[in-house]
Design a protein around this ligand. Structure first.
Ligand code: SF4
Length: 103
């Protein structure tokens, strides 16, 4: 079920240290990529379909970096902010949701 969204999140992969702390805190928002860097995602259980913003082509994928903004489920806002605060690379960027659908 799609829900209201207040925030979006993206990761600057150039600064990611690959420790995975973000996924430990919010596994529905962050996921490790094959190259050892972390990316953001939208989960089916929150938004009706899963999109991983890993820069891959095709269904279920979206752009990485600043172009790959994932909506944050309302019930995971606190966890997402905590992940950004704990991120050693300081590369988790949180922005107000601008009302656009993604991917
Ligand atoms: S917490 Fe930050 S540095 Fe660590 S994997 Fe996640 S995005 Fe990368």
């Amino acid at each position: 079920m799609t829900q209201d969204t207040k925030l979006m999140v993206w990761i600057d992969q150039d600064l990611c240290t690959g420790d995975g702390i973000c996924e430990e805190i919010a596994p529905d928002v962050f996921v490790g990529r094959d190259d050892g860097l972390w990316v953001v995602k939208e989960e089916d259980k929150h938004f009706g379909r899963t999109i991983v913003f890993d820069g891959e082509e095709g269904e279920g994928h979206g752009p990485e970096g600043a172009r790959g903004l994932a909506r944050v489920p309302d019930n995971l806002i606190e966890d997402t902010i905590e992940a950004a605060e704990e991120c050693p690379g300081e590369c988790i960027m949180i922005e107000p949701y601008d009302g656009t659908m993604v991917a």
